[in-house]
Design a protein around this ligand. Structure first.
Ligand SMILES: Cc1cc2nc3c(=O)[nH]c(=O)nc-3n(C[C@H](O)[C@H](O)[C@H](O)COP(=O)(O)OP(=O)(O)OC[C@H]3O[C@@H](n4cnc5c(N)ncnc54)[C@H](O)[C@@H]3O)c2cc1C
Length: 300
């Protein structure tokens, strides 16, 4: 018997849709998708992709609690490629799961390339939630929160949309989303009292980090007790967290921050780094993120 609130789902592509210059939606189906439990908000899961030339992802035989070491022990040239993604939508009738991929060029990483080339029938696997109350949801404003500060780039749009869909009507939220192209902006339905600011990246600016940080730094923030959720490129996330905690006086426990990706580093290397740092005991300022990622690798 497994205690893990996550399980493997063998799925296939039903259809693909280009949402915008930088985003593609891949809709997946599969027989046991009725057992996929979405906790809403920023519900994350693991995606397992086939290597080029393979018809299906090569997964370990061990699919219970020991799946992660078993996956690690497989030949890296053969084993499936593991990446983290967020539920964009889960529908019951018909049973469908949407994933929105930020496309970062044909020379980018395997997940972005897979999304660009995906065709109906392509097979992938997902290690996703089997119960709604699982460890893959980070957005958890504590009681007493007066307003929410939310930032992300295009990789975080599904999470931000899930959070804004979940927030109770009238909840104050100040939201900044950075995208590559003006047409990446899209309506995000919410009943929250959300002020959404879209920032379009200037490719001429070498300091990719600064645009989002500058916008938040310049903003007038509401009175009252804040809760912050920050995701996107790791350097930007760290700069924003530093600003909120050191310069704005946010309680560090009320700032949930996750590097969704890191410039110049693949997700395999990020996972290896997180596990190494967690094992060694990391620098105090980064302990939360590192431990969260290492925990995430064990659970989801
Ligand atoms: C909890 C969580 C949830 C996530 N949810 C989503 C989601 O719903 N949708 C989504 O699109 N992404 C999401 N991400 C981010 C996604 O996992 C990473 O972007 C991942 O690195 C993509 O894998 P890849 O194989 O394309 O690139 P990798 O092989 O991991 O990296 C290859 C190169 O591409 C660069 N790179 C990676 N991502 C980007 C990017 N977005 N823009 C520019 N360069 C990049 C890396 O720096 C590296 O140099 C999530 C990440 C986490 C941790």
């Amino acid at each position: 018997m497994t205690s893990n609130p996550f399980r493997f789902f063998d799925l296939h592509v039903l259809r693909t849709e280009r949402l915008s210059p930088s985003m593609a939606r891949i809709t997946l189906g599969g027989e046991d998708l009725d057992r996929f439990a979405d906790g809403g908000r920023d519900q994350r899961f693991k995606l397992f992709l086939p290597q080029p030339g393979q018809e299906a992802p090569v997964l370990p035989d061990e699919r219970g609690d020991g799946w992660f070491p078993a996956w690690q022990a497989q030949d890296p040239a053969v084993r499936s490629i593991m990446r983290s993604y967020t539920v964009s939508a889960l529908r019951q009738d018909p049973l469908e799961l949407d994933i929105d991929f930020a496309l970062h060029g044909t020379t980018g990483g395997p997940a972005g390339r897979w999304a660009l080339a995906a065709r109906p029938g392509d097979r992938i696997s997902v290690f996703g939630p089997a119960v709604a109350d699982n460890g893959g949801v980070d957005f958890r404003p504590p009681p007493g929160t007066d307003w929410n500060l939310i930032t992300g780039d295009e990789t975080a749009i599904p999470a931000v949309a899930g959070i804004l869909d979940w927030l109770p009507a009238g909840t104050p939220a100040k939201v900044w989303i950075e995208v590559a192209h003006p047409d990446d902006r899209r309506p995000i339905p919410t009943e929250a009292d959300a002020e959404i600011t879209w920032l379009v990246r200037d490719p001429a600016r070498p300091d990719r980090c600064r645009q989002l940080v500058d916008a938040v730094r310049a903003a007038e923030l509401p009175e009252g007790t804040p809760y912050a959720w920050i995701a996107g490129e790791s350097g930007t996330v760290k700069a924003l967290r530093r600003h909120l905690v050191s310069e704005r006086g946010f309680d560090r426990k009320a700032v949930k921050f996750t590097g969704y990706w890191k410039l110049g580093v693949t997700e395999e290397d990020l996972i290896a780094e997180a596990i190494r740092e967690a094992a060694e005991g990391s620098a105090a300022g980064e302990a939360d993120e590192v431990q969260a990622r290492a925990q995430a690798e064990r659970n989801a």
